[in-house]
Write a protein that binds this ligand. Structure first.
Ligand code: SAH
Length: 213
């Protein structure tokens, strides 16, 4: 189920859906998604679908991970990236292989503990994780060249805009309903002006406030 052929089929599917960044495709090809799931679900790891990771949360669909990563890199290489909603750590692992340093925040303690262990096993050392409310970003390490949120707020949190470096890019689902808009927001140079565009309709879990133990 986790054979090279099964993984290759997934990469083929991502290409057919329009993912064209070769580095993103290469990293997704070699990253073992099955290690980010409970054993009972690992046989489904290379299906292009979101899968449960417990605590009412899901590991994002590979297409969405690929799309958001491609968008994050669309203005050129990113050095420092903040990820909100680390969950299983799969998206984190993809980012860690494409940028210099990843900072991840997650509000559910057991999820972040497991994610930390998986990233360590994979030898990905350029990741720092924090058990905190990502609605406030992670001010201590700001500014970020890119911010990617895997949870949907009703509105874009101001804090995230403040933590973007000049020409930084924020990729985030926004909306309160079942379906949200995937938005790409870019900071124009070092100004306080932001350009915003909607990419497509997506389904994410909501960005909740506070942390959970
Ligand atoms: N990229 C993850 C997606 C997990 S789902 C993966 O592929 O596994 C989104 C995650 O966002 C959930 O784990 C949820 O707990 C987390 N989340 C929701 N609101 C949050 C907040 N305010 N701060 C940090 N994490 C949050």
């Amino acid at each position: 189920m986790t054979s090279q052929r099964t993984r290759e089929r997934l990469i083929q599917r991502l290409k057919e859906q329009g993912i064209s960044n070769q580095r993103v495709l290469d990293v997704m090809r070699v990253t073992p998604r099955h290690l980010f799931l409970d054993e009972a679900l690992s046989h489904r790891a290379y299906e292009d679908t979101a899968l449960p990771i417990g605590y009412g949360q899901t590991l994002s669909q590979p297409y969405i991970v690929a799309l958001m990563t491609e968008l994050l890199l669309s203005l050129g290489p990113r050095r420092k990236v903040l990820e909100i909603g680390t969950g299983s750590g799969y998206q984190t692992a993809i980012l860690a292989q494409l940028v210099d340093q990843v900072y991840g925040v997650e509000r559910i303690k057991p999820l972040i503990d497991k994610a930390r262990e998986r990233l360590r096993l994979l030898g990905l050392r350029n990741v720092r994780l924090s058990h905190s409310d990502g609605g406030f970003g992670w001010a201590e390490n700001a500014p970020y060249d890119g911010i990617l949120s895997a949870a949907a707020p009703n509105q874009v949190p101001e804090e995230l805009l403040h933590q973007l470096a000049p020409d930084g890019i924020l990729v985030i689902p926004v909306g309160s309903g079942e379906v949200q808009e995937l938005r790409v927001i870019t900071r124009e140079g070092d100004s306080a002006n932001f350009e915003e565009r909607v990419v497509e309709q997506v389904r994410f879990v909501p960005l909740l406030s506070g942390i959970s133990r």
